[in-house]
Design a protein around this ligand. Structure first.
Ligand SMILES: Nc1ncnc2c1ncn2[C@@H]1O[C@H](COP(=O)(O)OP(=O)(O)OP(=O)(O)O)[C@@H](O)[C@H]1O
Length: 918
């Protein structure tokens, strides 16, 4: 064994280390070489029954350890690789093992041998599955045999400094390296604890699997773990603690993910995506089927029109010529009859003249008679010629008539053919017209679908944005928690090490008492953590209660002050908005304030309202916030909700929404809620009747949107509507249709609502402007009249719910309404009535003696709700675009004024036994 054998292990080995066997010493040099040298009798390790070499592949995914007894025929160069399993990379390996006194070592050697043959080997009692799992997941080394007795390796000062362990644990300073045998199966490192004043030496022990040669990255991480394992006695409690903290972290992660999932955002997103795809498909189908159908219809219609007009011309021509020949025939007939009569007359005269000539003596023929005779003969001949000519003409006319009749007959046949053609064409036309009406319906459906699509896409974008924000928040929260946990772990480790040091100072040799102390320490720490968690939970509960109390108080104060509540809602960006626009509106997370960056001044302006909804707030959330308010109509309050804002900011979306799904707005949801509540109040002996009206104020005229439903019941559609006051001084619209809604059958009730909303939508004055393809050109007011009677107490309630969708305030230049006289008049009328609404609020805010309710139909109609008798809530809708910033600031300033209006406590309209009580 005189020769020094060199063995190269994986890169980045320890600088200096010493491993021993009973006869040779193995040294790990600074240049990562492991050398073996014979040992002397006086070597402290001489005679130790076995030796151990840790073979580390130096990679981050694990190391393999093996104890090998080496003979003198160690090969010149040996390289090992592997990831947790022993494997053979060099077929020239010629390591030989001798019998090892420890069974586990033998097992490992066996494993090593098998690995040399390329087999996958399980060591230390691992089963194949756990080997595979370990290999796949972390590449951990196989566990050490339980009884492995390791020798100690000393890490020197320079080695530990190089590893950067100082920066991890600044209070620890490694000592100059020295060796010392240890009966324990740990790899040990000696340190000096530097607590500022004292230098306390202590020994850190690491499991021997971290010993040996290794890569610098691996070494760094293991040195962290060295500290972690410096008290292996503490390893279990510490690892438990770490496990708990890890659990905490993963729980926090899971919580963040759950909160995202709980909000149903992911599934909502999925549903929305599918719906959008479906809508896109339907839209494509509809637009593809519409175009050829329309073209065919136009073509047929043109051809039919041309043919029809040419045939009609022909018929007209034939009829005219027939009429002409008839007239001619009649003339000739008259002439013929005249000539015949004359001829008969002449013949008679001729006969007379002949008879007189016969009776007269030839000798005595007097010359006058002869001359008369001659004249008569001439006349007769003339007449005969006339008659012949007339007969010829008549026969000519007869021929002409026959031919004309033939012609007429042919034309009639042609006409009847044409009529048949016409009928066929008409049938075809009707068919096409039916298709066209189908097309129109499809067009309407397409419009609704497009609307829904736009809204869904916008909502989806908002949800994406919200999700991103939530994710970012969750990640930040997780990081923060992780950091705090890390700090906590470090602190705990530090506390533990200090305690351990102190304990070791007091009773270094009494392991059992130390164990007791540590357990106590751990128990104390656990108790402290539990106490702290409990306190946090208590504080959170208190915070929640406080928030609820604050809201309740806020509501009570508001009810007492009788404020008009103001909610602000910002719509999300729509596909038609400018791309890459950044919203100047920033809604704060408290849900009550927002900041808008004023484009003109360039400075942000803060506003605070009762509630502010971000663009991601869906219809359901919005309704949740107003549902109590809506429900108070059943308690006998006159409630009014109205939406205000520039055109295209989402007022109609908020009030009516679109479709029958999640995009439904406040009106359908409010009716549904009221019907539900009215039904459940049945159990308390309340009987409710509910009816609905829907009107619009267009150019300062009231128009009943449900008149067609009323006139089908026998009313005149030309009835003029006017606002009147009843005996109690309350305003009502005279002649307005009230359509009853079935309270007892929820399905029927909602179907009735759908039907009347459909009728109203068809009658509403909407038009396309530059700002909104479906812009409301009027103010619309949906009214729900609620009358309840309690059989037990005899109480009568009269509540009302007015849901008002105001027409959008707009600038003529932006909406493009100035170019069209009708649009211009509408816009002027809209802006005037909105300015009257502003005047009313100004007068109310300043406590003026006269409030100009009568200046517009809108304020006159809403007078009861705006004068403190009822409850009022205003939605201010904002567009998120930069171009709308000016209008948004105006809307917000208007809303701020409205927020300052105090109306006094609202009145409940309830009577007991015929006496009104308030
Ligand atoms: N919160 C929202 N989420 C998704 N889409 C929205 C939202 N608000 C508005 N939209 C969409 O924006 C478009 C314009 O909205 P809407 O017609 O409600 O505006 P408006 O204020 O009533 O306009 P106008 O005063 O001209 O009638 C519609 O396509 C609507 O679907």
């Amino acid at each position: 064994m005189s020769s020094r054998r060199r063995m190269s292990l994986g890169g980045g080995a320890l600088r200096r280390a010493a491993l021993t066997d009973n006869m040779s010493r193995i040294n790990v040099s600074n240049n990562n070489r492991v050398t073996s040298s014979p040992m002397n009798q006086d070597d402290p390790y001489f005679g130790t029954p076995h030796k151990s070499i840790d073979l580390d592949d130096g990679s981050a995914n694990g190391s393999c350890a093996s104890s090998i007894r080496r003979s003198s025929s160690v090969p010149r160069r040996q390289s090992f690789g592997g990831s947790g399993l022993l494997s053979r990379n060099n077929s020239a390996t010629n390591l030989k093992s001798t019998e090892t006194p420890i069974r586990d070592r033998r097992a490992m050697l066996e494993a090593w041998r098998k690995a040399k043959g390329g087999e996958t080997v399980c060591v230390n009692g691992e089963d194949a599955a756990s080997v595979e799992t370990r290999k796949r997941t972390r590449g951990d080394p196989p566990p050490l045999p339980p009884s492995s007795k390791q020798h100690r390796t000393t890490l020197s000062q320079d080695q530990t400094s190089t590893d950067g362990s100082h920066s991890l644990y600044p209070n620890y300073r490694p000592t100059e390296g020295h060796s010392q045998t240890s009966a324990r199966s740990y790899h040990t490192i000696d340190y000096i604890e530097n607590d500022g004043e004292n230098r306390i030496p202590f020994t850190a022990r690491t499991p021997s699997r971290f010993r040996g040669t290794m890569g610098s990255a691996r070494r760094k991480s293991l040195l962290g773990q060295n500290i972690y394992h410096q008290y292996e006695d503490q390893e279990e409690p510490l690892s438990q603690l770490t496990q708990e903290v890890d659990n905490d972290t993963s729980f926090a992660k899971q919580e963040a993910i759950d909160s995202v999932e709980d909000a149903g955002l992911l599934s909502q997103m999925e549903r929305m995506k599918q719906r959008v795809e479906q809508l896109e498909k339907e839209k494509m189908d509809l637009s593809m089927s519409k175009a050829p159908l329309e073209a065919r219809f136009r073509q047929k219609e043109d051809a039919w029109q041309k043919e029809k007009s040419s045939l009609l011309d022909q018929i007209e021509d034939s009829k005219a010529s027939l009429r002409e020949s008839d007239e001619r025939y009649r003339d000739l007939q008259e002439q013929y009859e005249q000539a015949s009569a004359e001829m008969i007359h002449l013949r008679q005269e001729l006969r007379k003249a002949s008879s007189s000539r016969a009776t007269t003596d030839s000798s005595s023929i007097n010359s006058s008679l002869w001359s008369r005779q001659l004249q008569n003969d001439r006349d007769l001949t003339e007449m005969k010629e006339k008659v012949r000519a007339a007969e010829e003409e008549i026969s000519g006319i007869r021929l002409a008539k026959v031919s004309l009749e033939k012609e007429l007959h042919a034309t009639r046949i042609e006409l009847s053919c044409l009529e048949r053609n016409y009928d066929e064409l008409k049938a075809e036309y009707d068919e096409i017209a039916a298709h066209t009406s189908e097309n129109n319906e499809a067009e309407i459906k397409l419009r609704v679908l497009t609307e829904e699509h736009i809204a869904t896409t916008a909502a989806l974008n908002a949800v994406y944005a919200d999700l991103d924000a939530t994710k970012a928040q969750a990640v930040a929260a997780m990081k923060e928690k992780e950091n705090s946990h890390k700090k906590e772990i470090e602190q705990l480790k530090f506390d533990l090490s200090v305690m351990k040091t102190r304990a070791s100072k007091v009773q270094p040799d009494v392991d059992t008492s130390m164990q007791v102390n540590e357990e106590e320490d751990e128990a104390v720490l656990r108790a402290r953590i539990e106490e702290r968690d409990k306190r946090i939970a208590e504080l959170e509960a208190e915070l929640l209660n406080g928030e609820q109390l604050r809201r309740h108080m806020h509501n009570t104060i508001q009810e007492l002050r009788g404020n008009i509540r103001v909610y602000v809602r910002t719509r999300p960006f729509l596909p038609g908005d400018k791309q890459n626009d950044e919203s100047p509106v920033d809604v704060s997370p408290d849900g009550e304030s927002l900041t808008i960056l004023d484009r003109r001044s360039g400075s942000p302006i803060d506003f605070k309202f009762d509630k502010v909804f971000p663009p991601s707030a869906g219809q359901e959330l919005v309704f949740e916030e107003v549902s109590d308010f809506v429900q108070s109509a059943l308690d006998g309050y006159h409630v009014c909700l109205f939406s205000y804002g520039q055109t295209g900011s989402g007022k109609t979306h908020t009030m009516q929404g679109c479709g029958n799904g999640p995009m439904r707005g406040i009106i359908p949801r409010a009716v549904e809620k009221i019907l539900d509540q009215a039904r459940s109040l049945n159990q308390h002996k309340w009987n409710f009747t509910v009816s609905a009206s829907f009107l619009e104020i267009y150019n300062e005229d009231l128009k009943d949107l449900l008149i067609s439903m009323k006139s089908s019941k026998g009313s005149s559609s030309s009835e003029k509507l006017s606002i009147k006051r009843n005996r109690e001084g309350r305003s009502y619209v005279d002649g307005l249709a009230q359509i009853p809604i079935d309270v007892n059958d929820p399905l029927a009730g909602m179907q009735q609502l759908d039907a009347l909303m459909g009728v109203a939508a068809r009658s509403r004055s909407v038009a396309s402007t530059k700002m909104n393809s479906q812009s409301s050109r009027s103010h619309s007011v949906f009214m729900l009249h609620l009358n309840g009677f309690n059989e037990e107490s005899g109480a009568i309630v009269n509540g009302a719910l007015n849901l008002c969708d105001l027409a959008g305030s707009e600038r003529l230049d932006r909406s493009g309404a100035g170019a069209d006289a009708v649009r211009l008049r509408e816009t002027q009328s809209i802006n005037k009535s909105l300015s009257c609404l502003g005047d009313v609020f100004n007068a109310l805010a300043t406590g003026a003696s006269h409030v100009p309710y009568r200046n517009s139909k809108l304020t006159y109609l809403l007078q009861d709700c705006l004068s403190g008798d009822g409850k009022a809530l205003m939605f201010v809708n904002l567009s998120p675009t930069t171009a709308s910033c000016g209008e948004s600031v105006c809307s917000l300033r208007f809303a701020q004024r409205v927020n300052q209006v105090e109306l006094g406590k609202a009145t409940k309209h309830i009577e007991y036994g015929g006496k009104g009580k308030r």
